[in-house]
Design a protein around this ligand. Sequence first.
Ligand SMILES: [Zn+2]
Ligand SMILES: [Zn+2]
Length: 253
Amino acid sequence: MEVIFLGTGSAMATPQRMQAGYLVKSDTDALLIDCGSGVLHRLAGTDTGYQGVNKVILTHHHSDHVSDLVPLIKARWLAGETTLSIIGPKGTKALVSSLFDVYAYLEERVTLRIREVGPHQFSAGKFDIAAHRTQHSMNCLAYRVASIESPSGPEVVFSGDTEASDSLTRFADDATVLVHDCSFPDSVDVSGHPTPTTLGKALQGISVGRVYLTHLYPHTEENHRQMREQITTHYTGMIKFARDGLRLSLSDT
Ligand SMILES: [Zn+2]
Ligand SMILES: [Zn+2]
């Protein structure tokens, strides 16, 4: 399995970080987790391209996770690809329908399959996925993704946007990689997102191969060392800061 970080930023744009988006590839399939602003351009820079991804799984409907959906649909149509599956929490059908209220001319150009999911297990193409409700300012799901093609292979958890929570880190226990929201340093008073200290405490006692911090606001950029120390005070596993373009090749063993 391969994970490519397309967007590791937030709703506050920076030149280095696009909004939320991750490409997950198995041997024969690919899916996109979230599709925020800038993700389409990053996707165009991968071997897979926007032609090679026919399914998007949304964690939630904040604009920094969905705003490249229409550009993705239009780019696929112009490239001769006329289908797209969009999977997400309750409200995804209404969201997509409202987009076509605005961009009605696209509606007949593409065949969309919209599926709403809750906090349970489902499959999408060649992927097995488990979903878990997060603590955020709107309905949001974290996803644990495995390839059906390699049942004992790597598993990657995407937290979506969430406060630090023991139930979510337990959901991620034993995963190969956990990609977790770490929007702000401790100095920012925030709800709906973790701080390094609350995340470090929630990670205590679980076992994950590597944790990648993402959804990074501009406030974090000069504070990586301090944020890492605040997490590792409570959690001794491997912590890394994600960056746009990072590729993880995860072997089956
Ligand atoms: Zn959000
Ligand atoms: Zn967000």
